[in-house]
Design a protein around this ligand. Structure first.
Ligand SMILES: [Zn+2]
Length: 306
């Protein structure tokens, strides 16, 4: 385990590190970034909240040139992007990331927003030691688009981009056939949120899960932004989405993270674990999905006027 005041890293496979903020509350939500080292360069996947300088910490893990790829634009995955000078992200998520990048014009507000997010996610005993001045400072940076099927060559290590839009329109996962790991961001997990502004319909997400499944023989593990699973989580996702579309899911009503009614495919059963309360399913399976009644089926797209 390698650590500094802000981060700790664990080598989960050869030349493959999982990084987390030491201050995270594991009960509420653990958030991960990853570093994959090749012979020529090293890929950083996601940047968490922007608390502490992630790039500086990555320098303790590798001396290869670093580059950053985001699985999607959300603040717990791209909050530390400003530690870098450029990033790669799916084209469909770029407008949302640019909204965040507009913080360049108002760095104080940006830092305060990240500060509040981190305080909420932190262990109670750590909250008072979190300082607004320890957050990434916004500055102009390059954003490059990636598309489904693109590959990053790290030097005798190729990482493939697979688009699994749903949670966000441009959500991607990154497949490393060398270690048989797929880095899945928030694409497919026990709390797959499709009830957010910018999420796709369940119907579109299911199409993307079928696409994702065609790669399943190439990996054993899904290492996500908050959780990890074996590759069969995709099958559970497909099964539950089909039930949502058929109207045979639990249609379990609750209040979403940002208020308003949303539904889960399966009732969420609180379960006590060593890390605190987790939400599981009564049948022991792991995948779950939150959706809105009006976004089950896809609606006709408004054409892009060029
Ligand atoms: Zn997310």
């Amino acid at each position: 385990m390698i650590r500094n005041k802000f981060f700790s890293a664990e080598e989960i496979a050869p030349r493959t590190f999982r990084i987390t903020n030491c201050f995270d509350s594991h009960e509420r939500m653990t958030t991960y970034s990853y570093l994959l080292e090749g012979d020529e360069r090293a890929m950083v996947i996601d940047t968490m909240f922007g608390y502490g300088n992630l790039k500086t910490f990555c320098r303790e893990l590798t001396d290869r040139p670093l580059f950053l790829v985001n699985t999607h634009y959300h603040g717990d995955h791209a909050g530390g992007n400003f530690d870098f000078d450029e990033c790669w992200i799916h084209a469909a998520d770029i407008p949302y990331l640019q909204n965040m990048a507009a913080a360049v014009n108002d760095p104080a507000t940006f830092r305060n927003m990240r500060y509040e997010q981190m305080k909420q996610a932190a262990l109670p005993e750590n909250r008072d030691s979190i300082l607004p001045t320890d957050f990434s400072m916004p500055h102009p940076m390059f954003i490059w688009p990636v598309w489904d099927g693109d590959c990053f060559e790290l030097g005798n290590r190729l990482v493939e981009v697979i688009k699994v839009g749903g949670h966000t329109a441009g959500e991607i996962v990154l497949l490393d056939r060398t270690t048989r790991i797929c880095f899945t961001g928030d694409a497919c997990n026990s709390n797959t949120l499709l009830n957010l502004p910018g999420s796709l319909s369940v119907e579109e997400y299911l199409e993307n899960l079928y696409h994702f499944k065609t790669f399943q023989p190439a990996f054993d593990h899904c290492h996500g932004g908050h959780e990890d699973f074996d590759a069969s989580i995709i099958d559970e996702g497909i099964e539950l989405c089909r039930r949502v579309l058929d109207g045979t899911d639990d249609h379990w009503e609750t209040t979403g993270m940002r208020g308003g009614v949303c539904y889960y495919g399966m009732a969420r059963i609180p379960q006590e674990t060593a890390l605190g309360t987790r939400y599981g399913r009564s049948d022991g399976k792991r995948f779950n999905i939150a959706y809105l009644a009006e976004t089950v089926r896809k609606t006709p797209k408004t054409p892009r006027i060029l």
